[in-house]
Design a protein around this ligand. Structure first.
Ligand code: ZN
Length: 62
């Protein structure tokens, strides 16, 4: 089984933990509960940002 989103690094929206390395992580989940803080992160194409800055400043026109 391959990744739904190849090469995408997922980070927790709350604590910024690296989700790809968390035990049992699989990007076929639609929601991933961070093992660090318990935040439920949605895993979808809408949640992919070009950079950390895009995520922090979603209204910035690049
Ligand atoms: Zn977290």
């Amino acid at each position: 089984m391959s990744e739904r989103f190849q090469g995408i690094d997922w980070y927790c929206d709350r604590c910024n933990a690296y989700l790809n390395d968390q035990q049992g992580f699989d990007d076929h989940h639609y929601v991933w509960k961070c093992t660090e803080c318990g935040h439920k992160n949605s895993i979808s194409s809408d949640d992919i940002y070009g950079s950390e800055e895009d995520f922090r400043n979603p209204n910035t026109i690049v």
